[in-house]
Design a protein around this ligand. Structure first.
Ligand SMILES: Cc1ncc(COP(=O)(O)O)c(C=O)c1O
Length: 364
């Protein structure tokens, strides 16, 4: 049993991918090429946004998104205390001030009430991280934002295809913020064969800026209108993604089915489950054990692969610990200490999950 099995997952479409890559090499169409434009169009459509721009990776996507807002140095940006380090580092690299908010007690996403308590006149942006593929509660957030001029950036690195159900409507990840950032790191629900990322938006002005900024400040060859960076999605990665996006919804549904089975079958007083929203795409399936070290040793002994996402909340990362030493983020710290990610690779079968759950239920 494998935690992740990209090769087996992609095997049925590998020949098509090889053919596309061969064509790119034959035409020497590596950078700013046709495949990238095609994928950008398809990805915008998938996210239900007007524009998508490919870039080097998800970390760059966040940095580029923040730069596109043209905020004054030191402006405050709210983000959750439980996320991958890139969310925080991009804020610091853009010269902005990070303000951490705890996650909800029993869900992996940012506490909306926590945002309400920390939002002030200096708050210029909020980064909503759809952690583990679980969509943030955007409709609740909208109520507290009302007329405030605060930008919403979605960190959708783990949440391609996820949505929030609001009444009869589905709010798709990527479509409700001013901008949304995606990672196509190989292990993501939609993964390339190397580093890759994208930003989506409905705002033409933001799109025009990013089109130049991510390509050395240039839209047309040898015209450098602004100081930019080199962060592009290359044609080979775009071709891989173009083939893989066709299977994304099916694989996300498979992940949802496996998660449903976990929810139903895990039954052990030493284990607690998180509450995930209906539209969650389960990039990870994380449970909490009251004896985490013993539990992980037990899984290892029983040959159940597992992961940790993540062993430290953002405020406890060595690089930035000092910055947040006066604050506590109880739910984030609890999840990082007690949380263990179970295999949710879409190739797993009902039998695999039943076996894992039987083992988990015998843990004491
Ligand atoms: C929540 C989150 N944000 C940002 C990133 C950064 O993406 P990348 O690794 O492509 O730079 C990741 C990737 O792991 C992530 O999980």
């Amino acid at each position: 049993m494998k935690f992740l099995d990209i090769y087996s997952q992609d095997k049925p479409i590998l020949n098509k991918i090889y053919k596309d890559i061969k064509k790119i090499i034959t035409k020497s169409d590596f950078i700013n090429g046709q495949k990238t434009r095609e994928f950008e169009e398809e990805f915008a459509k998938y996210c239900k946004t007007k524009f998508a721009i490919g870039c080097g990776n998800g970390t760059d996507a966040l940095y580029i998104a923040l730069k596109s807002l043209n905020l004054k140095e030191g402006s405050e940006v709210i983000l959750p205390a439980m996320t991958w380090c890139s969310t925080l580092f991009s804020v610091l690299q853009a010269g902005l001030k990070p303000v951490l908010v705890d996650i909800e007690p029993n869900s992996p996403t940012i506490s909306i009430d926590g945002i309400r308590k920390k939002i002030n006149k200096r708050t210029k942006a909020i980064i909503l991280v759809h952690l583990y593929g679980d969509c943030c509660k955007f409709s609740q957030l909208k109520r507290i934002l009302k007329n405030k001029k605060v930008y919403i950036i979605e960190d959708a690195a783990q949440a391609h295809g996820s949505y929030e159900i609001a009444g009869k409507k589905k709010n798709y990840v990527g479509s409700f913020g001013h901008l949304a950032c995606f990672s196509f790191y190989p292990g993501k629900n939609l993964g390339a064969y190397g580093d890759a990322g994208a930003i989506v938006t409905n705002k033409k002005k933001i799109y025009n800026f990013i089109q130049k900024f991510h390509n050395m400040g240039s839209k047309f060859k040898h015209e450098h209108d602004i100081v930019g960076i080199n962060s592009r999605l290359d044609s080979i990665q775009a071709a891989v993604l173009q083939n893989k996006i066709k299977k994304l919804d099916r694989l996300n549904d498979k992940r949802r089915q496996l998660a449903k089975l976990y929810n139903k079958l895990i039954d052990n007083k030493n284990i607690s489950k998180l509450s995930y929203s209906k539209g969650c795409v389960f990039h990870q399936y994380v449970i909490l054990s009251n004896k985490p070290e013993k539990f992980r040793k037990y899984l290892k002994k029983n040959k159940i692969p597992f992961g940790r996402h993540y062993p430290q909340s953002i405020n406890n990362l060595k690089a930035v610990k000092k910055m947040f030493r006066k604050e506590n983020f109880i739910n984030s710290e609890r999840l990082s200490k007690y949380g263990t990610s179970l295999p949710i690779n879409p190739l797993l079968t009902k039998m695999d999950i039943t076996k894992i759950c039987n083992i988990i239920n015998n843990f004491n």
